[in-house]
Design a protein around this ligand. Structure first.
Ligand code: HEC
Ligand code: HEC
Length: 215
């Protein structure tokens, strides 16, 4: 319970970006393998998820209760596929995805805290937000059904290889797609940069309006 121990003194107050968690030396663990082990053992799963739920109370400062973010630029973690989340935690830890606060935090977490947290969030329901602009969302749906459904699924729920994007926070979606397209962040992905390259600003707005309103 490395993070819980590290947090005991500090996490009651809302964290700030200037307050990263102390990095610790942890024995490397094959996280995808550990996730599979925990998923296939209900008793172990219940224990690890209990730990995850405790850590989630801290993540809630930014990602919201149960992973439904109230900040449009911070992603929901609710309903997200555990394999995808584990991979993102790894990317932050390795600096392939940069966010100063997330990096410090993840380095302080034990393997079972990571597995527990992703399993906890995966079981939470995503709050539905209807589209503010129905005409724009309808244009986005057409684009989605031509391109995005191939990997993220008709319903936007993804699978063990692809992220859930349905109901994701709109500003986070917009920023993420724009970064992939313009190559303006450490998060580089050849598939998503190829997909977004032909997208105009209007295409981005429409797709974001639709995806953020999917259930
Ligand atoms: C101080 C605010 C803050 C706190 C607290 C925080 N996060 Fe984050 N998190 C962010 C931001 C901002 C991003 C988006 C980073 C980006 O894409 O640039 C993010 C992104 C993520 C992502 C990637 C999601 C995706 O859809 O790709 C994961 C996973 C994540 N956080 C897990 C956690 C966990 C687990 C905790 C608690 C242990 C936590 N975060 C606590 C701000 C925070
Ligand atoms: C050929 C498969 C494929 C298609 C088609 C595709 N994606 Fe993706 N998408 C991916 C992969 C792979 C990732 C994970 C990239 C990473 O780890 O950074 C991803 C990640 C994303 C993310 C980041 C999720 C998060 O939580 O941070 C968003 C948003 C996204 N895709 C939106 C879209 C949209 C919108 C479309 C259609 C315009 C689309 N994708 C089409 C494969 C695809």
């Amino acid at each position: 319970m490395a993070l819980l121990a590290a947090l005991a003194g500090v996490c009651l107050a809302a964290p700030t970006a200037a307050q990263p968690m102390p990095a610790r030396k942890l024995v490397p663990v094959d996280l995808p393998l550990r996730l599979k082990e925990v998923e296939s053992d209900p008793r172990l799963g219940a224990n690890v998820i209990r730990t995850g739920r405790q850590v989630a109370a801290f993540c809630a400062h930014c990602h919201g209760e149960g992973g439904n973010s109230l900040k449009p630029d911070v992603p929901n973690l609710a309903g997200q596929n555990p394999e995808y989340l584990i991979e993102q935690l790894r990317q932050f830890a390795e600096g392939r995805r940069r966010n100063e606060f997330m990096e410090g935090l993840i380095k302080a977490m034990s393997a079972d805290e990571k597995v527990g947290i992703v399993m906890f969030f995966a079981n939470e329901k995503v709050a539905h937000k209807p589209a503010a602009n129905a005409a724009l969302a309808a244009r986005g749906r057409d684009y989605y059904n031509k391109v995005c459904f191939q990997c993220h699924g008709q319903d936007g729920h993804g699978n063990e290889h692809f992220a859930r994007i349905a109901g994701q926070q709109p500003v986070y979606l917009r920023n993420t797609l724009q970064h992939y397209r313009d190559g303006t962040s450490a998060r580089v992905n050849p598939i998503m940069s190829g997909i977004t390259r032909p997208m105009s600003e209007a295409d981005l707005d429409a797709v974001v309006a639709y995806v953020s309103s999917m259930q």
